[in-house]
Design a protein around this ligand. Structure first.
Ligand code: GLN
Length: 199
C-alpha cells in the first residue's frame, strides 16, 4: 500500500487524509522532518499560503520538503498548496518551494464570488469532476514541461509537471476522489521508474 503524507501544519488536512484512505492508500499526517521519511507522495493542502509558509519556516520543513521533492518524491499541491509549489507568484519577489515551472496569481477568482463549485473535464481523469473553489488562485502561465490538465473559463486550474501536480480547487471536499487517485497513480508510476528525475 502506498504511503501518502499530508502536510499537517494548517488547512484541509483531515479531508485529504480521508480522500487518500478512500483511494486505497495510507494517509500520514506530516508535521516533522522525520515524518517525511518513507513516503511515496506528499499532499500540500489548501489553507492560507502565507500562514503555511510561516509554519514551514518555524518547523524547518521548507528545505527538507524541497530536497525530498528534487530527490524524486511526488508532490500534489491544492489551492494554497499550489501557491507553495509555484515557481513564480504574481506580486511576490520569491517563490516558496518553487518546484513547478508555473506562474500563479492568488485570490484570482475572489472578486466574482468567494467560493463556488463547477463541473470540470479533466485530461486523464474524466468528465463531470465536481471542483470546489475557495478564494482560489489560478495558473497564469506554464513552462514547456508542464501539461495543462483542466481549465475553467479559460483559466488553467490543474497542471502537471512529471511527478508534480497542482490545482486551484479543493479535490478533497466531495466524494469524487478521481483526482486523488490520479495523484496516487503518479506516485506508483514514479516509484516504478528509475527513481531520480522525472516520472
Ligand atoms: N487564498 C489562499 C492563499 O492565497 C488559498 C485559499 C485556499 O487554499 N482555499 O493562500
Amino acid at each position: 500500500m502506498k504511503r501518502i503524507g499530508v502536510l499537517a501544519l494548517q488547512g484541509a488536512v483531515r479531508e485529504h487524509l480521508l480522500a487518500i484512505e478512500s483511494s486505497g492508500a495510507e494517509g500520514v499526517p506530516v508535521k516533522t522532518v522525520a515524518e517525511l521519511e518513507g513516503l511515496d507522495g506528499l499532499v500540500l493542502p489548501g489553507g492560507e499560503s502565507t500562514t503555511m509558509r510561516r509554519l514551514l519556516d518555524r518547523y524547518e520543513l521548507l528545505e527538507p520538503i524541497r530536497r525530498k521533492a528534487l530527490d524524486g518524491l511526488p508532490v500534489f499541491g491544492t489551492c494554497a498548496g499550489l501557491i507553495l509549489l509555484a515557481g513564480t507568484i504574481v506580486g511576490y519577489e520569491e517563490p516558496h518551494l518553487g518546484l513547478m515551472d508555473i506562474e500563479v496569481e492568488r485570490n484570482s477568482f475572489g472578486r466574482q464570488v468567494d467560493s463556488f463549485e463547477v463541473s470540470l473535464v479533466i485530461e486523464g481523469v474524466g468528465a463531470d469532476f465536481p471542483a470546489v473553489f475557495i478564494r482560489a488562485p489560478h495558473i497564469v502561465s506554464v513552462g514547456p514541461e508542464v501539461e495543462v490538465l483542466a481549465t475553467h473559463e479559460g483559466r488553467i486550474v490543474l497542471a502537471r509537471q512529471g511527478r508534480f501536480l497542482g490545482c486551484s480547487f479543493h479535490p478533497e471536499l466531495t466524494d469524487d476522489h478521481r483526482v486523488m487517485q490520479y495523484f496516487i497513480d503518479v506516485c506508483v508510476k514514479s516509484k516504478e521508474s528509475s527513481g531520480v528525475g522525472s516520472v
